[in-house]
Write a protein that binds this ligand. Structure first.
Ligand code: F6R
Length: 604
C-alpha cells in the first residue's frame, strides 16, 4: 500500500526521501514521487514504476531541507504521472495514504467555487480542499479539511509559505514519527526511519502533528498539547535486509525457527503456556459460549487452522470470518463471544473495521499482531504479540507460522482457564510446541527436494491442493502462496470435496498436491489422490515421515518431518512456502513484489 516519508531538518532532504522510499518499496506500489521545498518554491518529481526510476529522474532536481515522498498503490485513477503523489494546489503540496470516501462530493463542492483537479485522484481533492481553507493558518486549514473528509487518511503537508514546518494528520491509516538532533521525520512505517532513530511514536488519530527541525509537537482539535506514547523498534535495519539471500521471502522463510522460538519461549512458564497479556479478557475467554476469529488472507488461514484446534481441544464453537464479510454482515457478537483478530501489520483496513464493530457490539477483542503499536494492537482489549520481526516480502511466511503458534498458545491458555485439559496434558502440549522451531528447521533442510518438485511442476497453468482436517487450512495457504507469487491458477479443497465438481478440471499434467499429515484421515486423502491420478493428473503427496504411501500411486513424493498431528502445521507450512517460492523463481517472477499486491492493505 502507499508509502509516505517526510523530513524537515538540518540535513539535505532528497536522499533521505529517496532512501526512505526504497525502504518502503516492499509495501507494494506502482508510481513514486518527491516534493522538495527549495528557496524558489516546491519542486516536484514523479515517475511511474520503480523508485530507481524516480532516483534517476531526481538527479537534476534541486535539494533542500524539507520535503515529502510517496510510493503510490493506485486506488482512484490509473497508474500515471499526473496521478502520482505529491499533489500540489496553490501553496499546498501533500502526500496521502488511504481513501477519501466522500471525494466525489468534495470535488463537486470545490468545482462550484471554480476549482478543478488535474488528476483522477482523491488525494488532489484533499490538497485542493486544504488550499481552499488556507488563509495563512495551516493548522486551521488542515483540521478544517480533516473534519470534512470521510474515510481513511494519513496526510503529510508542506505549505510553500511556511518553509520551516511540515504538517501531518492521520485517521485510520498508518503513520509514525520520530525526531533527533538532525530534525523530524514521519513515515508510513518505522522501517523507513531506522537509520534515524529507534524511539518513535504513532500520532493519535485526528491530532495535528507539526514538525520543525527542533522537534515535533502534537495538538488536538481544541488546541491542547498531546503527549505521544513512545515505542521502541527492537530490531535494526539489518533485520530488514536480505542478509545474502536472493529474496526477502526466502530469508523470511528461513528465519522461522528463530521467530517461533522468540514467540513461544517467553510464554512457557513452569512447564505450561501462560499468557499474561490476555489478563484483561481472561474472564470473557473463560466464560465464552462461542469465539470469532476474524482476519484476511494468510492471517485468516491461520485462523482456520486454529478453529480445528480450538473446537477439538476446547469443545467451543469457533467461527472464522473474512474481515471484509464480518464487518458488513451484522454478526451475532456480544460480551459472550470474544473476537480474536489476527494481523501481521495490525493495519489491514477491513480487520481494523471488524475490530471497531466487535467493540461496538460489546465483544471483548484479543489481537494476534506482529507490528508493535499498530492500530489493531492499540485498539484491542488484549494483544498477543508475535515476534516474527519485520516481514518485508509481500507474501507472508514467517508471520503465518508465528500466528499459528500464538493461536495454539491461546488455545492452551483457554484450555487451562476453562478446565478443558488437565495439568499433564497442558505440559505435554507446551513441550510439544517447544519442538516446533526444530521441526520447521528440519523441513527447511529439505529445500533441495522441494526445489526438484518445483522444477517439475512450475510450467503448469493450474494446480490443486487437497487435504483433510488441519490440512485443509494448510492447503488453502499453500494455494494462496502459489497464486500470489507464481501468477498461476490454483485451488484448495477438502480432499473429499473434489469429486463433487472440481475433479472435472483434472486432466493430464495438472498437478495436485495431497497434504496428508493428520493420522486419522491420511489414508482417505491418499485415496482421493488416487482418484485424481486415475484421471491422468500429476499427483504429489506431501506426507508425514514414515507413513506408508503405496509405491507407484504418485508422481513425486515430499515428506514432512515429525509425527503428524497439530505440530505438522509448522514443517508443512515451510514446505508449501518453499514450493511456491521455487516455482516463482523458475518462472522468473519478482518474488518479493508480485504484481498488483500490497504488503499491508490499508484500503477497503
Ligand atoms: C498473503 C498475505 C495477505 C495478508 C493479508 C492480511 O501472503 O500477505 O493475504 O495475510 O493481507 O494482512 P495482515 O496480516 O497484515 O492483516
Amino acid at each position: 500500500m502507499c508509502g509516505i516519508i517526510g523530513y524537515i531538518g538540518t540535513k539535505l532532504v532528497k536522499d533521505i526521501l529517496l532512501d526512505g522510499l526504497t525502504r518502503l518499496e516492499y509495501r507494494g506500489y506502482d508510481s513514486a514521487g518527491i516534493a522538495v521545498l527549495t528557496p524558489s518554491g516546491v519542486e516536484i518529481t514523479r515517475t511511474v514504476g520503480k523508485v530507481s526510476a524516480l532516483k534517476e529522474a531526481a538527479t537534476q532536481a534541486a535539494d533542500g531541507h524539507a520535503g515529502i515522498g510517496h510510493t503510490r498503490w493506485a486506488t482512484h485513477g490509473g497508474v500515471t504521472v499526473p496521478n502520482a503523489h505529491p499533489h500540489r494546489c496553490g501553496r499546498v503540496t501533500l502526500v496521502h495514504n488511504g481513501i477519501i470516501e466522500n471525494f466525489a462530493l468534495l470535488r463537486e463542492r470545490l468545482a462550484r467555487s471554480g476549482r478543478f483537479p488535474l488528476s483522477e485522484t482523491d488525494t488532489e481533492i484533499a490538497a485542493m480542499l486544504i488550499d481552499s481553507l488556507y488563509d495563512g493558518d495551516p493548522a486551521g486549514a488542515i483540521l478544517g479539511a480533516a473534519r470534512m473528509i470521510e474515510g481513511a487518511f494519513a496526510l503529510v503537508v508542506l505549505f510553500e509559505d511556511r518553509p520551516e514546518r511540515l504538517y501531518a494528520i492521520r485517521r485510520g491509516s498508518p503513520l509514525v514519527a520520530l525526531s533527533n538532533e538532525d530534525g523530524a521525520y514521519v513515515a508510513s512505517d518505522v522501517t523507513a526511519l531506522l537509520d534515524h532513530g529507534r524511539d518513535y511514536f504513532v500520532p493519535p488519530e485526528d491530532v495535528l502533528l507539526v514538525a520543525r527541525r527542533e522537534g515535533i509537537q502534537l495538538t488536538d482539535q481544541a488546541g491542547n498539547a498531546v503527549r505521544p506514547q513512545m515505542l521502541r523498534a527492537d530490531w535494526d535495519y539489518t533485520a530488514a535486509q536480505k542478509a545474502g539471500y536472493p529474496h526477502y521471502m526466502l530469508k523470511e522463510i528461513f528465519e522461522q525457527p528463530q521467530a517461533l522460538t522468540r514467540t513461544i519461549l517467553p510464554r512457557v512458564r513452569e512447564g505450561i503456556i501462560q499468557l499474561e497479556e490476555t489478563a484483561p479478557v481472561d474472564d470473557a475467554l473463560k466464560g465464552a459460549r462461542q469465539l470469532f476469529i476474524v482476519a484476511c488472507g494468510t492471517a485468516m488461514h491461520a485462523g482456520l487452522a486454529a478453529k480445528t484446534l480450538m473446537e477439538n481441544m476446547l469443545r467451543l464453537p469457533v467461527e472464522v470470518d473474512i474481515a471484509s464479510e464480518f464487518r458488513y454482515r451484522d454478526p451475532i457478537a456480544d460480551a459472550g463471544t470474544p473476537v480474536v483478530l489476527v494481523s501481521q501489520s495490525g493495519e489491514t483496513a477491513d480487520t481494523v473495521a471488524a475490530l471497531r464493530l466487535a467493540r461496538l457490539k460489546g465483544a471483548p477483542v484479543v489481537a494476534v499482531v506482529n507490528v508493535k503499536g499498530s492500530t489493531i494492537a492499540r485498539e484491542s482489549d488484549a494483544v498477543i504479540y508475535t515476534h516474527a520481526g519485520p516481514e518485508i516480502a509481500v507474501a507472508s511466511t514467517k508471520a503465518f507460522t508465528v500466528q499459528l503458534a500464538a493461536l495454539y498458545m491461546l488455545t492452551l491458555h483457554m484450555a487451562r482457564l476453562r478446565g478443558a485439559l488437565d495439568q499433564d496434558r497442558l505440559r505435554e502440549h507446551a513441550q510439544a510446541l517447544l519442538t516446533a522451531p526444530q521441526l520447521i528447521q528440519e523441513a527447511l533442510d529439505r529445500e533441495s527436494q522441494v526445489r526438484e518438485v518445483a522444477d517439475a511442476v512450475h510450467r503448469a497453468t493450474d494446480m490443486f491442493y487437497i487435504g483433510r482436517g488441519l490440512d485443509v487450512a494448510m492447503a488453502q495457504e499453500g494455494s494462496l502462496k502459489l497464486k500470489e507469487i507464481c501468477y498461476l491458477h490454483s485451488e484448495a479443497y477438502g480432499a473429499g470435496e473434489l469429486k463433487h465438481g472440481t475433479i472435472s478440471l483434472i486432466e493430464p499434467g495438472v498437478p495436485t498436491f495431497a497434504l496428508a499429515t493428520q493420522r486419522e484421515v491420511y489414508p482417505k486423502t491418499l485415496s482421493n489422490m488416487r482418484e485424481v491420478r486415475a484421471r491422468g493428473g500429476t499427483v504429489i503427496p506431501i506426507v508425514t515421515d514414515g507413513w506408508e504411501v503405496e509405491p507407484g500411486s504418485y508422481d513425486y513424493l515430499l515428506r514432512v518431518p515429525g509425527e503428524g498431528g497439530v505440530l505438522a502445521v509448522f514443517p508443512l507450512a515451510a514446505i508449501l512456502q518453499l514450493l511456491a517460492y521455487h516455482c516463482a523463481v523458475y518462472r522468473g517472477l519478482p518474488v518479493d513484489q508480485p504484481r498488483n499486491l500490497a504488503k499491508s492493505v490499508t484500503v477497503e
